[in-house]
Every structure is written in C-alpha cells, then in structure tokens.
Design a binder for this molecule. Sequence first.
Ligand code: SF4
Ligand code: SF4
Length: 76
Amino acid sequence: MPHFIDTTKCASCTVKACEETCFRGIYKVDTRNGQHICRIVRDVSWCLRCHKCTTACPHHALQVIDEVTMKENATK
Ligand code: SF4
Ligand code: SF4
C-alpha cells in the first residue's frame, strides 16, 4: 500500500495536519529552515486507509493508494 508525499507542497505548509490527524502515527513533520517536511516514520502496514490524512492536508500533498486500486490501474 504505497504512500506518496509531495514534499514540495509541504514547504509552504504552516500546519501539521498529517501528523495530528493520523491516529496510527504514520507521519512526522520535521521543520528545517522554517519549512515543513512530512516523513513516514512507521511501518505503513499500520495504515487503515481511512484517508483522514489525505482529506486533512490543506495542500493535497498526500496520496494513499491501496493495492486494489494499483492492480486496477495496471490493467487499464
Ligand atoms: S503532508 Fe500536508 S499537512 Fe503535512 S506538512 Fe505536508 S502539506 Fe502540511
Ligand atoms: S489513511 Fe488513515 S491510518 Fe493511513 S496514514 Fe492516513 S490517516 Fe493514517
């Protein structure tokens, strides 16, 4: 179940919605030179695919793609 983070979008972010929203502790937001960078810090097998993080991120920087969707896209 791949997680994708477009960290270029995190650079202009002023919140840590990903870290605060994910109740499974998947994300951690570091701040370097005043800019945020979201990282995955936990085995993503803990992810429940609830999509609370993708909805909460104000910059649409997160994607959580499940294996079923990946297989469907591969056969198109
Ligand atoms: S993933 Fe979204 S909420 Fe988290 S730091 Fe990046 S832009 Fe901000
Ligand atoms: S989909 Fe849910 S459990 Fe998975 S990383 Fe996002 S908020 Fe956390």
